[in-house]
Design a protein around this ligand. Sequence first.
Ligand SMILES: *[C@@H]1O[C@H](CO)[C@@H](O)[C@H](O)[C@H]1NC(C)=O
Ligand SMILES: *[C@@H]1O[C@H](CO)[C@@H](O)[C@H](O)[C@H]1NC(C)=O
Ligand SMILES: *[C@@H]1O[C@H](CO)[C@@H](O)[C@H](O)[C@H]1NC(C)=O
Length: 419
Amino acid sequence: HRMVSSPYRPLLPFKLFVIPSLKSFVISLVSLYFAAHFLAYLYSVFAILEEKRTLEKKELYDGPLVLNDKYKNVLYGRKINGVYTNVGVMNTALLYDKPKKDGKDKVPSIPDKFYESLFSSAHSILSRQSGKKRDERFVYFTFVNDAYSLMTMNWLCNVDAFEGILNRSVIATSSSTLCTAIKKEYSKVDCIKLSLPSSFSSSLDWGKKEYIQWLIMRASILRRMVRSSIPFVLFETDAVWFRDPSSLFEQASKIDDVDIKVPVKGYTGRGQSLSFDPMLVYPTNGSKILLEEMNKRLTMNSSLYDQDILDELCRAQFNGVVCRTFEWKDIADGKWFKLSESERSRYAPFIVNNNYYVGVKNKMTRQAMNHMWLLNPKSNSCSAVRRRKMFEENEALSSLKPKEEVLKSKSIIDSVAVL
Ligand SMILES: *[C@@H]1O[C@H](CO)[C@@H](O)[C@H](O)[C@H]1NC(C)=O
Ligand SMILES: *[C@@H]1O[C@H](CO)[C@@H](O)[C@H](O)[C@H]1NC(C)=O
Ligand SMILES: *[C@@H]1O[C@H](CO)[C@@H](O)[C@H](O)[C@H]1NC(C)=O
């Protein structure tokens, strides 16, 4: 008969563990300490990666104007390094600066003098359009900071090819360098300087305090414009204008009532369906109420973005506001850049927004790679040759297919919610 050992008998003498020497006790304590530290470190790394992943989703937003990558004051006198090379180093601030919720930081107040200049400029532009019907008059308006200087110069070079855009444009900027450059090279354009703390001229990252404050300032400028009965088209300079879109804006209210008209997103099913710009705004009761409400919500809750609010108010037809949309084939967005040549040939957009892409430098690289960077690399002066090539290339693309086929071809753009 075999002996079966008791299952409860410890395999090793228990006392070895019970009475450790002081030395091994300290050693195990120290190694435990380091192990805990290592685990905490691993945790923090993953926490940051997770946060970064969430932030990357924000690329799906139209980045309004000021996403930056430590890129500033390079308008004149310096070589622009990195226009053609995608450095693509993520600004680490993006990982840590989450939208502030305390709302304690005061948004800089915009002086009356700024508004006086803006209104006088806008009314002068409107009065010069007295030959046009009432609904066909408007002002092109944008609000940019230093980080967007070169982008803005590129846009100016782009649309200088069309008549009747620059002499209807008002550019508000916190950059005096940019204003000086505009006045020198494009005297038709009205540039209005808004003095802001230097934190606004350098780097504004998505979600950063200054970024949110920038949106709030922009929304309050738009509100003041409708209050002053100024019809306008809010645009951003990181877009390529292949054709003069003026007729698109002038005809906007031909068929239907409209308070506000904006483009649709190429990617749908990810929340919003409306883009923020170019945004055509008639100074109607509807748009007044919408912009008042947008300002109210923006200032009340600093984790909200203007686009979210616009989307929500339009969708809900807030107080009867009528939001209409431009067709994607007329005003395309960043999705266009991801299409193949043959896919692109199905469309002949007036404007292509360079969005779904973070960082001014990256956007500039993207435009350069698509032959849409029009400034001479060394001097940053406008190159008429580059511009002609860009238009020619685009026309050649559009003529790849006969027009009827363009119309018949099944849209590759997801159907969008019609408001
Ligand atoms: C802008 O210039 C064009 C071409 O010279 C002219 O027809 C148009 O009336 C001008 N518009 C304004 C608002 O000055
Ligand atoms: C706009 O609102 C004002 C004041 O509330 C009102 O007098 C006017 O009739 C409204 N206009 C339209 C077109 O509804
Ligand atoms: C602010 O907006 C965010 C995002 O919509 C929401 O989750 C949050 O509850 C809002 N906060 C307040 C105080 O309304």
